[in-house]
Design a protein around this ligand. Structure first.
Ligand SMILES: [Zn+2]
Length: 199
């Protein structure tokens, strides 16, 4: 499901028609540089974190999955329900998503405000998870008004997750209060203060 193990730049910029998920979509070659977005490697190891509300299995890279499970149960203890909406997504799948939107008449410029170009989505890494909560439609700004979002703002960092696309982010991507990425666990407090004291 991860697609061919090809180096991404070749996969993205090959000129042969039909082989590249990117060129036929009309994505500018300098997209990554202009948006300040690095090419993301596809995760090679994935584990399930359970079904999303549509019943589709959601997968993350192992360390992100473990952190998610801990975060979700801690939230549950506080009476907050976090639902996984979407996790790992292949480069190929990202291209399919964009093709689908182009087919409905949206322009590539409009699409790229809300969807990363294939190869540039944090979801390829298996470390990003779109989060929902019951009784709220998924992937809408209204998520920012929910107790789940307030809980995440206060506690997600303790589990190594941060919000990638706040309002007016430098990547020109719309506000995505539902999209959180595992950046690694913070150092224990004792070591943090030790480091601070060393300067
Ligand atoms: Zn996302």
């Amino acid at each position: 499901m991860n697609g061919p193990k090809q180096p991404l730049p070749n996969l993205l910029f090959k000129d042969q028609p039909g082989e590249s998920p990117q060129r036929p979509l009309g994505i500018p070659r300098d997209y990554g540089a202009r948006r300040g977005l690095p090419v993301r490697k596809e995760a090679t190891r994935l584990v399930s974190i359970g079904p999303n509300p549509d019943g589709r299995d959601v997968k993350l890279a192992p360390r992100a999955a473990l952190a998610w499970k801990r975060m979700r149960s801690e939230a549950a203890c506080a009476g907050v329900v976090l639902e996984p909406i979407s996790g790992f997504r292949s480069v190929r799948r990202q291209a399919e998503l964009i093709r689908g939107k182009l087919a409905t008449g949206e322009t590539i410029g409009e699409i790229l405000r809300l969807v990363a170009a294939p190869g540039y989505s944090e979801h390829h890494t298996g470390r990003a998870v779109d989060i929902g909560t019951p009784d709220n439609p998924p992937l809408v700004e209204g998520f920012a008004g929910t107790p789940a979002f307030r809980w995440l703002r206060s506690h997600a960092g303790e589990f190594g997750f941060s919000m990638s696309f706040p309002r007016k982010n430098p990547h020109g991507i719309g506000y995505e209060p539902w999209h959180w990425c595992f950046k690694g666990l913070p150092l224990p407090r004792s070591r943090q203060s030790g480091r601070r004291n060393a300067f």
